[in-house]
Design a protein around this ligand. Structure first.
Ligand SMILES: Cc1ncc(COP(=O)(O)O)c(C=O)c1O
Length: 365
């Protein structure tokens, strides 16, 4: 019998998202569930974004502006960047799909770290490309190995900065080393989904300056994390004129909806919400690190809104037991780091609850 599906569809690894909180509450009969699994903003969205959505709701019978003109202008002005060279997506996720569709022919290669954000490998594979996944070295992207893996088939190099799930950054110096050693016709994708949390680190690279020097670069950002509007879906990239034009050919016409555009615009202007979020993030990380130190758990210094920690127990079991106590985290076995957990920062109440419940779980046999 003939194969009904495109080859890549049969072979692709499906992405396993966490279960919705509503479903878990029903399943486990729990009133309160804390989701510390998807790196969302524990403070919720900016109140300005909520207001903007309420106002815009009466216009949802009209298609959105397919160029997201107002949002484009506002981001361009904020970052002093040519608005025409910004491309939007229905979340950063859609942009990763568009990037693979724009650059990958069957047999082409893309280099990325492992573990890192799983979408790079799946989107490249889906286009018939080969994902070269380079293991982390000392918990970081191993740029020397990246460079060794470059060949004539290499089209894309992904750098997740800060990296998901480890939360650490590649420094200016390290990025400069990579850039000096990869050909100009390889497109460098810098995924800065957690940019706003990372910029307080003075070693974090100034990627927009890099883009000026190296046009074949794509910088990805999202409104899902610090801006707290993950549900409405808006991401964007800064890139060169040439790449922006190519990406725009690939995209769907009305992919960023009206509510998303106004919410993003309002969130962009709400600096107070951003500052509060960053402050809470630091407090939550400090509290978790204190607990990890007291217990001699190995953890990776995070510049994002989550931490990766080795609790020295099977993460499948720890995950399940935490779930039964109303805490959802991301277990490390998903990345083959079996005794590690990725935990998103939360409010201080959520953070304390996580620590208490983890402590209980780890003390049980
Ligand atoms: C590293 C990284 N890149 C991109 C994304 C995509 O985010 P979104 O599609 O919500 O914009 C995420 C989401 O978790 C992420 O962690």
């Amino acid at each position: 019998m003939k194969n009904l599906f495109k080859n890549e569809v049969s072979s692709i690894r499906p992405y396993i998202p966490g279960k919705p909180v509503e479903e878990l509450k029903r399943e486990l009969g729990l009133e309160d569930i804390e989701k510390l699994a998807s790196n969302e903003n524990p403070l919720g969205p900016s109140s300005k974004a909520i207001e903007a959505i309420k106002k815009e709701a009466e216009n949802i019978h009209i298609y959105p502006d397919s160029n997201a003109t107002e949002l484009r202008k506002a981001i361009g002005a904020k970052y002093d960047f040519n608005p025409d060279h910004i491309v939007f997506g229905n979340g950063g996720e859609e942009l990763l799909k568009m990037i693979a569709e724009t650059f990958i022919n069957p047999g082409d290669e893309a280099i990325m770290a492992n573990p890192s954000f799983g979408k790079y490998a799946s989107e490249v594979s889906f286009m018939g490309g080969k994902a070269i996944e380079v293991p982390l070295k000392d918990y970081k992207h191993d740029f020397e190995a990246f460079i060794k893996n470059i060949n004539d088939k290499t089209k894309l190099v992904f750098v997740c900065n800060p990296n998901n799930p480890t939360g650490n950054i590649m420094t200016k110096e390290e990025i400069n080393y990579l850039v000096k050693n990869i050909p100009k016709d390889v497109v460098l994708v810098l995924d800065e989904a957690y940019y706003d949390y990372a910029i307080k680190n003075e070693d974090y690279p100034d990627s927009l300056s890099l883009l000026k020097e190296r046009p074949n670069t794509i910088i990805l950002r999202t409104f899902s994390k610090i801006a707290g509007i993950a549900a409405v879906r808006v991401g964007y990239v800064f890139t060169s004129q040439e790449i922006a034009q190519a990406l725009n050919k690939v995209r769907m016409v009305f992919h960023v909806n009206r509510l998303a555009q106004v919410a993003a615009l309002a969130a962009l202007e709400d600096e107070e919400h951003v500052q509060k979020t960053v402050k809470l993030n630091c407090e939550s990380i400090d509290r978790m690190e204190k607990y990890f130190k007291e217990n001699n758990f190995e953890y990776i210094n995070s510049n994002a809104n989550f931490v990766f920690v080795n609790v020295n127990k099977d993460s499948r079991i720890v995950f399940q037991k935490l779930l039964e106590k109303g805490i959802i985290i991301r277990p490390g076995y998903l990345w083959n780091w079996d005794t590690w957990l990725r935990v998103s920062t939360g409010t201080m109440e959520q953070t304390e609850k996580f620590i208490n419940k983890l402590d209980e779980v780890l003390k049980e046999n």
